[in-house]
Design a protein around this ligand. Structure first.
Ligand SMILES: Nc1ncnc2c1ncn2[C@@H]1O[C@H](COP(=O)(O)OP(=O)(O)O)[C@@H](O)[C@H]1O
Ligand SMILES: [Mg+2]
Length: 235
């Protein structure tokens, strides 16, 4: 569903990603781990064509990302939760969520939107209560949930999340990971970019560890949880 084949990138002349090989198959929940500054968000930007690789290629739902372009990535059936969530604070929760639906589906079916809204809100009762409120007035935890609703409401085949739980309380983090796991069980493929190795791997099938722009380890979640390379990368 997603494949990075020997992808390198640079910011100006400074090399960032180096020969990254990463793939996510249909139905999987894959976790990309790595300490702060490792290049995880850069990988998100490469996948969404915001940063162009200097080498290698990115294939997403059978298409080359650079041929699709940032604006159309979602329409391949990809739900995105960008770093920092990026809600539109002046818009209501409902308007934010609607934008997510339109991005994936093309947005011409109002009836389908209403139905998906009901279905999705069943998983997120607190979001339902806040639909007509300005997104900027919500707590951090509520905004995180809205960003997830926005990503899944168009029934994407896959969601890609960049540190979605950052800044949440421990209790909310557990809830957030449980919901992410459930979304995957219901059939949505997930690439979860996460600094918190233990939490990420606790719900993932497989993982990749990135350090200084390179993938330094990849294995089953279980094996990575037990391995020293992950611990060493963080200290
Ligand atoms: N727009 C940019 N221009 C130059 N350097 C950048 C830019 N964005 C990120 N970087 C640098 O690239 C490195 C990787 O950043 P990032 O991909 O955000 O890491 P992570 O998400 O793993 O914390 C960092 O050293 C960061 O300072
Ligand atoms: Mg980041």
């Amino acid at each position: 569903m997603l494949e990075l084949d020997n992808v390198s990138s640079a910011y100006g002349r400074v090399p960032m990603l180096r020969n990254v090989m990463l793939h996510v198959k249909q139905g999987e929940l894959v976790c990309l781990l790595g300490p702060n500054g490792a290049g995880k968000t850069t990988l998100f930007r490469v996948v969404t064509d915001l940063v162009h690789p200097t080498e290698g290629k990115v294939t997403i739902c059978g298409k080359q990302a650079s041929a699709v372009g940032t604006e159309k990535i979602a329409s391949l059936g990809i739900g995105l939760v960008p770093e920092g969530r990026r809600l539109f604070p002046q818009l209501t929760v409902l308007e934010n969520v609607r934008l997510g639906f339109d991005a994936v589906t093309g947005g011409n079916n109002k009836h389908a939107f209403e139905q998906r809204l009901q279905e999705t809100c069943a998983l997120f009762p607190r979001v339902k209560e806040r639909l007509l409120q300005g997104a900027g007035t919500l707590s951090g935890g509520e905004q995180a949930m809205v960003a997830l609703v926005r990503a899944i409401i168009g029934q994407p085949k896959m969601i890609i999340m960049d540190e979605p739980s950052l800044g949440l309380s421990p209790k909310l983090i557990d809830e957030y990971f449980d919901i992410t796991h459930e979304i995957n069980r219901q059939g949505t493929t997930v690439l979860l970019i996460e600094q918190n190795a233990e939490k990420g791997l606790s719900i993932a099938d497989r993982g990749y560890l990135m350090v200084k722009g390179q993938i330094v380890a990849t294995d089953s979640a279980e094996a990575l949880l037990e391995s020293d390379v992950v611990r060493d990368a963080y200290f």
